[in-house]
Design a protein around this ligand. Structure first.
Ligand code: GAL
Length: 418
C-alpha cells in the first residue's frame, strides 16, 4: 500500500515537472544563409537537437553566399521593429548590433558552459560586447583553400600547383585539354575571397595585415598590391564566360563533375563534396591556395540573439546557445560543414584529412603570426571598408582596369569609407 502511494507521488511529481518544462518550451526564429546542399545538411543538426528539447525552430533561410542578402533582410526586419530571435551575424558587425542595444546577454549560458576556457581568445573576444557574451560561435572556416579534381589534372597531364608560376603552367595545359582551369563564381564576395588569398600569398602575412586588416592606404596603393592584382589578372584568363553571377556551390559542382579543374574557396566547399558522396584523395584533393601554406585566413560563423520578452522564447534562445557549444553539435555540424570546431579540446578522430590540416595549421599559424582574419568574410574590417574593397575588386575583375590604377582606387575608396 505504502509503495503504491509513493509511486503515485512520483508519477504526480513527474507530471508537474513535465508541465513546467513544457511551459518553458518556446520558439526560435533563426535567420541564416545556409541553403546549399552541404550547408543545409549542417544546419539541420541544430534544428534537430533543439526540437529534441521540445523547442520549435522557425526557419528563416535567405539564400545568397556569404550572407549579403541575409544581412539586408535582417536590417529591414530590425528597422521594422520585428527582428528574428536569432540571426547568423559575424565579426565586427556583432559590435554594431551591440551598439544598438538590442542584443540578449548570453553570459549565464557562457558561464555555465565554461566558454571562456573552451574558446580560443581570438574567437571569444569577437563574441563579446563590452565584456559580455552576445554571440555564440559555431565553427572556424579556413578561407585559403584550393579544391582540385585530380582526374582532370591527370587527363591534362598537369600537376596540382603550389605556386602561381606552377598554376599558370598547369592552367595552360588544362585549357588546351578542353577543360575549364578555374571554376569561378562571378559575385563580389567570391572575387574578394580569391583576391585576399592572393594578397596573403604574394604579399605575405605582414602585408596582408597592413592592407586588409589595418586598411593602410600606403599598403593598398603599393608596388606589392600591384603585383597581387597582376596575379589576379593572370588567374582571370583561366575562367569561363559563364562565370558572372554564378553561385559558389555551382562552381564547386563544376569541379565535382570534372568540368573544371579547381576552385579557390573556403572549406565550406568541402561540404559540397561530402554531400555529393565524394571521397577525399580519389575524387578531390585540397591544397592551400598557391603560396599560402604559411598562412591561415580564418572565418568564424556565429549567432546573435535579440532581446525577447516571451519566457519560452528566452529559454529556446538559451538552449540554442548552449547546444551550439556542446561537443555533439560541434562534431556533427563541422564534419558536414567542412569547418573545424571552435571549441578547444575536441577529438580530431571523426575529421578527414583537410580538417586535420586545418586543425594543425590553426595552431601553427597562431604562433608564427600567419593566423589572420578574413576581410572578405567579415572578420577584419567594418562593413563600409569591406564594401569599398569589394567594389574595386569586382570592378577590376569585370573590366580591363590596370593594376596600378586599381591599387590607387583601393587606397582612395577605402579612405573615404573610413
Ligand atoms: C561564409 C560563411 C560560411 C559559408 C559561406 C558561403 O561567409 O562563413 O559558413 O556559408 O559564407 O555561404
Amino acid at each position: 500500500m505504502r509503495l503504491k502511494w509513493s509511486k503515485l507521488v512520483l508519477v504526480g511529481m513527474l507530471m508537474v515537472i513535465a508541465g513546467v518544462c513544457n511551459s518553458f518550451a518556446g520558439e526560435v526564429e533563426v535567420l541564416h544563409w545556409w541553403t546549399s546542399g552541404g550547408e543545409a545538411k549542417s544546419v539541420a543538426v541544430l534544428k534537430e537537437l533543439l526540437e529534441k528539447e521540445g523547442h520549435t525552430w522557425q526557419d528563416m533561410a535567405v539564400a545568397g553566399g556569404a550572407g549579403g542578402n541575409a544581412m539586408t533582410v535582417l536590417k529591414s526586419r530590425a528597422v521594422a521593429g520585428n527582428p528574428p530571435t536569432a540571426a547568423q551575424v559575424k565579426g565586427p558587425q556583432i559590435q554594431q548590433w551591440g551598439d544598438e542595444g538590442v542584443l540578449a546577454n548570453l553570459d549565464e549560458v557562457a558561464q555555465a558552459g565554461n566558454w571562456d576556457q573552451l574558446l580560443p581568445k581570438v574567437v571569444a573576444d569577437v563574441m563579446k560586447y563590452e565584456g559580455n557574451y552576445v554571440a555564440v560561435p559555431v565553427n572556424v572556416h579556413k578561407i585559403n583553400w584550393m579544391w582540385a579534381n585530380p582526374e582532370v589534372f591527370r587527363k591534362a597531364g598537369a600537376k596540382v600547383p603550389t605556386t602561381w608560376a606552377e598554376f599558370e603552367e598547369a592552367a595552360k595545359k588544362i585549357k588546351a585539354a578542353g577543360f575549364i582551369p578555374v571554376a569561378w563564381g562571378g559575385q563580389n564576395w567570391q572575387e574578394a575571397t580569391v583576391f585576399e588569398s592572393i594578397v596573403l600569398g604574394v604579399g605575405g602575412a605582414e602585408f596582408y595585415k597592413k592592407a586588409l586588416v589595418d586598411a593602410d592606404p600606403a599598403a593598398l596603393d603599393s608596388a606589392t598590391m600591384v603585383k597581387c592584382l597582376d596575379t589576379l589578372r593572370m588567374v582571370l584568363q583561366y575562367i569561363d564566360k559563364d562565370a558572372p553571377g554564378r553561385d559558389w556551390n555551382l562552381a564547386t559542382s563544376m569541379v565535382i563533375q570534372g568540368k573544371a579543374a579547381m576552385q579557390f574557396m573556403g572549406d565550406w566547399a568541402k561540404g559540397e563534396f561530402v554531400a555529393a558522396g565524394k571521397t577525399y584523395g580519389a575524387d578531390y584533393v585540397a591544397l592551400p591556395v598557391p603560396e599560402t601554406s604559411e598562412g591561415y585566413l580564418f572565418n568564424v560563423d556565429s549567432f546573435i540573439m535579440f532581446q525577447v520578452k516571451d519566457k519560452g522564447a528566452q529559454e529556446a534562445q538559451k538552449a540554442m546557445a548552449r547546444l551550439i557549444m556542446e561537443p555533439t553539435f560541434q562534431e556533427v555540424f563541422n564534419v558536414n560543414k567542412g569547418s573545424i570546431p571552435c571549441r578547444l579540446g575536441m577529438s580530431h578522430k571523426p575529421f578527414d584529412f583537410p580538417a586535420i590540416c586545418s586543425f594543425d595549421s590553426f595552431v601553427a599559424t597562431a604562433q608564427t603570426g600567419g593566423l589572420l582574419p578574413s576581410m572578405a568574410h567579415e572578420m577584419a574590417v567594418f562593413p563600409a571598408v569591406r564594401g569599398a574593397i569589394f567594389d574595386v575588386v569586382t570592378n577590376f575583375c569585370n573590366s580591363n582596369l590596370a593594376s596600378d590604377k586599381a591599387a590607387k582606387r583601393l587606397a582612395s575608396e577605402v579612405q573615404s569609407a573610413m
